[in-house]
Write a protein that binds this ligand. Structure first.
Ligand SMILES: [Zn+2]
Length: 384
């Protein structure tokens, strides 16, 4: 069937979403949620909204005539912080301007263009939907990543789902997992005119840093066909009390990404072995490792119906078979898969663009994504 999408309208909506900041931290999704809630009502969605944490809205939209949920679109309202505005094109991370075929702004690729594309698609085919489609728009994806889980725990379900993260219009059927730890090293303070009287917690952390860097090089050698390789990165460090005191405490955060087949226990013992190794050669090395976040990797079978209809929808619009691959970041797909819902990741923009200064999404991809989503909605909503 002929699907008519007004490209200018899609881009206008995407640009409006970028103009409403929703940086997290601090986590201020309310203005964007207000805007989207009324947009969704205008399209004809039945909308429910509740705070999943104080001041952090989750939105559920339902569209279609039937009772049964056929497809969930999952998107997040928040973005990472914009960083220094002076580094951005036109010194404005929220300009939402289109320059040389690119929509610029924090959240353009991750993932406001995708939300605009899906809502425009839903609007275009609203009268043709059999059964019902659901749209989840969640808060706090960039920090806790638990918004989708919360909606699912309230009983919302569908046969299949698409998470609108930026995939450059590839169909992604798996994503990496992630573990975060806090590593503390403990020393003994002393006057720094006599450093030999103390134990320097920063020197101890420095030993750990070098070992973690070596581990990172080893992890690069482990390949996974869908998800490239696992990784580890030490990302923040703080330590020391005063410039004339030997530091007694140093704290770092470590981010380990997992590929399919890896689990958190193995990743943690691998890291602990390294720290124990330092302890064996340095009797004064004392540490504590605290895990504070864990998202497992997940996957949907390439034979699942969602993969088939997603591929068909892409082929319909692009004329070629899409690439099937994996998403190298973590995302909320895992909650959908854990609730038995077959899921793919698909959206405009590139993951390499997300979280960067001068984040953008190609306007041609945004419009294409809307056309593809429209085909997807029709294919997914039909029972065969
Ligand atoms: Zn994202």
């Amino acid at each position: 069937m002929e699907i008519r999408i007004d490209g200018d309208e899609v881009l206008k909506l995407a640009s409006s979403l970028v103009k409403i900041p929703s940086e997290n931290p601090p986590g201020n999704e309310c203005d964007l949620a207000d805007f989207l809630e009324s947009k969704m009502r205008e399209i004809g969605f039945k909308v429910s909204r509740y705070d999943f944490k104080p001041g952090r809205p989750n939105i559920i939209g339902e569209l279609g005539s039937g009772r049964e949920g056929r497809l969930i679109y999952d998107g997040h309202l928040d973005t990472v912080p914009a960083g220094n505005p002076d580094l951005w094109i036109e010194r404005d991370p929220f300009s939402g301007r289109i320059i040389d075929g690119k929509l610029y702004g924090r959240g353009s690729a991750d993932m406001k263009a995708s939300i605009a594309a899906f809502l425009s698609a839903a609007e275009a085919v609203a009268d043709e939907i059999e059964g019902k489609i659901l749209v989840f728009l969640v808060s706090d994806e960039e920090v806790s990543g638990m918004g989708t889980n919360d909606i699912l725990s309230r009983g919302y379900r569908a046969d299949m789902a698409v998470v609108g993260e930026p995939t450059g219009l590839d169909v992604m059927i798996a994503h990496k997992g992630g573990v975060k730890w806090r590593l503390l090293t403990f020393g003994r303070s002393a006057h720094s005119s006599s450093p030999e009287r103390g134990i320097n917690a920063i020197y101890q952390m420095a030993e750990a840093c070098l070992e973690i860097r070596r581990l990172s090089e080893r992890l690069r050698m482990r390949r996974n066909s869908l998800l490239d390789h696992p990784s580890i990165s030490l990302n923040t460090i703080k330590g020391g009390e005063k410039d004339n005191v030997v530091p007694s405490l140093c704290e770092a955060s470590i981010d380990r990404r997992l590929v399919l087949g890896e689990n958190v226990e193995d990743a943690e013992s691998e890291l602990k072995n390294i720290l124990e190794g330092i302890k064996r050669r340095d009797k004064e090395f004392r540490y504590r490792l605290e895990r504070y976040r864990y998202v497992p990797p997940s996957m949907t079978s390439p034979d699942a119906k969602i993969v088939r209809v997603m591929r068909e929808a892409v082929k319909e619009v692009m004329g070629v078979e899409p690439k099937i691959s994996g998403f190298t970041a973590t995302c909320e797909m895992v909650h959908l898969v854990n609730h038995g819902i077959q899921t793919v990741i698909f959206g405009p923009g590139r993951i390499e663009q997300a979280h960067e200064i001068n984040e953008y999404a190609d306007v041609s991809e945004i419009v294409r994504a809307a056309e593809i989503y429209a085909h997807l909605i029709l294919k997914a909503s039909r029972r065969e």
